[in-house]
Design a protein around this ligand. Structure first.
Ligand code: S1T
Ligand code: MG
Length: 540
């Protein structure tokens, strides 16, 4: 077996199911082996940011490893933003970059794709990955690969693997997965006892399920734990889409002043807020109506548990949940059903369309035809997604990069085979929407809802005097055919409903529905968010 085959088998053994990539001369040798061995299917896309976003989404939706294969320099550095997003949002993406061979640095010439030194790329990726390796020694390679992939899964964060092009065919032993160190049993018991006692004493305990719950495949167990403890469950903005397929008392999404008042009150008045795998970010907590005193919460994140002023180190989330299930009293307790309600029953009339009408139309569609997984970009489309029935959702809810939606939808369909709904603004579509041109080759057929307000509307909402937020009119619907899909533009609610009914009935090509939104019309959720941010900041 050669080094590349050993790496590919290891990726598959650690949960990778496909590779997204764009080759280059530094990567052609290992792309050839990927294609010839078929150990993992390869999907090439058109621009490396999309490769990173698709790999990220595939990891999130399958709770496995995402793999992004690129060439050295221009390819890998083109993907830095997508890998940074995966790092910030704890998505286990493996960056596989081709690299110069050993002898090339001795030529005395600067290499093409080289920025500063030949090691610069490796150093840059150190900032946005939890482990890195250059596979320049076939003897050491199996142990190095085992360590890096174990860290990718243990920390649920990206890792960087550089494959010098003169190493790809070197004979190499198989990779033996690294052992997972067991946590300290006594510390785990003490931690669980303290958490359970804190929750029992609380008048109004609440469980907030964060992204780590999904990343570590714990949704079913957490749903069981919530029932066992009789806890109402909420998610944060970033955690939206979690637990939706599990029987739990999922109340809604906490968004502070931008969320539903009953959910905001439940969280902010709780005297036992249990943050399980939740990232403490501004998009999740900065718009709190009343400042939540995080020192009074129970926080389990990044492999440790903090209660008040003390921390239990080395407490992996899975071990914590399992030990809590083993320790908590037997029967499930009844939890009052307080499920969030969502808009439905769109009036199919000639009125213009608002983002909340889009959510209503999607809720009607899913009520009739079943749930669809959603990939959402950054923009009002993501706030609108909060008004859609609970369904699996991949979105950059914290790092908040644009360009994520379309590639993430492609990654979602490649990884699961399910037809996704993609929600994307016109500004974000201009960045990576063209990746839809790859659907035909791979038989992907997402339904794409393009929120066209001809504007960077989120920015205009905060700075209306700037005309640079105007994006003008692009004929997105007309472009769809040229990209191998079907496009239609709608500007009334009747038109939107008809377009969705037609799209859901047609399979085999992507369906782009360009939705004309009147300038300044925002989703109900974004309106509350903007009003809340302005009120909290004292702005007019
Ligand atoms: N570039 C990238 C890659 N990501 C970003 N988040 C931004 C810039 C800044 C930014 C926003 S929201 C926004 C920009 C440019 C406008 C989005 O426009 P569009 O996709 O049309 O959606 P909508 O019209 O609903 O706003 C965030 C705040 O940083
Ligand atoms: Mg826009």
């Amino acid at each position: 077996m050669n080094l590349t085959e050993s790496l590919l088998h290891a990726l598959k053994d650690h949960g990778a199911r496909q590779i997204f990539g764009i080759p280059g001369d530094f990567a052609l040798p290992f792309f050839r082996i990927i294609e010839q061995t078929k150990i993992l299917p390869l999907y090439t896309l058109s621009h490396e940011p999309a490769v990173g976003f698709a790999a990220d989404a595939s990891a999130r939706i399958t709770m496995g490893l995402g793999v992004a294969a690129v060439t050295y320099g221009a390819g890998a550095l083109n993907m830095v933003n997508a890998v940074a997003a995966a790092y910030a949002e704890k998505s286990p993406v493996v960056v596989l970059s081709g690299g110069p061979g050993k002898g090339e640095s001795r030529s005395g010439l600067l290499l093409h794709h080289q920025a500063k030194t030949l090691d610069s790329q490796y150093q840059m990726f150190k900032e946005i990955t939890c482990d890195q390796v250059r596979l320049d020694d076939a003897e050491r390679a199996p142990a190095d690969i085992a360590r890096v992939l174990a860290n990718c899964l243990r920390h649920s964060q990206p890792v960087y693997i550089e494959l010098p092009r003169d190493m790809v065919g070197q004979p190499c032993a198989a990779v033996v997965p690294a052992d997972e160190p067991a946590p300290d049993g006594e510390a785990l018991d003490a931690c669980v006892a303290e958490i359970l006692s804190r929750l029992r004493q609380a008048r109004s305990p609440v469980l907030m399920a964060g992204v780590e719950v999904r990343r570590f495949g714990l949704e079913e167990r957490v749903a069981r734990l919530a029932r066992r403890l009789g806890l109402p469950v909420v998610t944060s903005f970033m955690g939206r889409g979690l637990l939706v397929e599990h029987d739990t008392s999922l109340v809604g999404t906490y968004m502070g002043v931008a969320g539903l008042p009953e959910v905001t009150r439940l969280v902010e008045e709780s005297d036992g807020l249990f943050l399980l795998g939740e990232i403490l970010s501004d998009t999740n907590f900065a718009v709190s109506e009343t400042r939540i005193d995080l020192r009074k919460t129970i926080q389990a994140l990044d492999g440790q548990v903090t209660l008040g002023y003390h921390t239990y180190p080395q407490i992996p989330l899975a071990a914590l949940v399992d030990r809590m299930l083993a320790t908590a009293p037997g029967e499930s307790k009844p939890v009052p059903a307080r499920r969030q309600s969502f808009p439905s029953g769109l009036a199919a009339d000639d009125a213009s369309i608002s983002p909340t009408d889009i959510a209503t139309a999607v809720n009607d569609l899913m009520a009739m035809h079943g749930k669809m997984p959603i990939a959402a970009d950054m923009g009002d489309c993501l706030f609108t997604a909060m008004e859609i029935e609970f369904t699996p959702l991949v979105a950059p809810g914290y790092y908040a990069t644009m360009g994520y939606g379309v590639p993430a939808g492609l990654g979602l369909q490649a990884a699961t085979g399910q037809r996704p709904l993609i929600m994307v603004g016109d500004g974000a579509f201009q960045m990576t929407g063209w990746e839809l041109g790859n659907c035909k080759r791979y038989g992907w057929d997402p339904i794409v809802l393009l929120f066209n307000n001809s504007s960077w509307e989120m920015l205009r909402t905060f700075q209306p005097e700037s005309s640079f937020n105007d994006l003008g009119h692009w004929g997105y619907a007309e472009m769809a055919a040229g990209l191998g899909g079907h496009g239609v533009r709608v500007s009334t609610r009747a038109g939107l409903k008809a377009a969705l009914d037609e799209a859901i009935a047609a399979r085999g090509q992507f369906r782009l529905i360009e939705i004309t939104l009147p300038r300044g019309v925002l989703s109900a959720t974004l309106q509350r968010f903007v009003a809340g941010v302005k009120r909290l900041s004292g702005a007019k």
